[in-house]
Design a protein. Sequence first.
Length: 67
Amino acid sequence: MKTELTITISADAVVGVEVDGVTGPCCADISRELEEAMGSVIKREKKAAFYLKGEPEQLLARSGEKP
């Protein structure tokens, strides 16, 4: 299965990143550089695949904010 990132940007500059095609917490490694570039994470939602061995999680960050 291939890894896929879906990036959404809302009208109020909230950026969402969704990782699909991986299981377990390794999705955080995949999205780490995007998180750092976008700013601080506001909310993180784990999908069911996160709890499998080897997940995609969805994170939201406000554009331009730095931790």
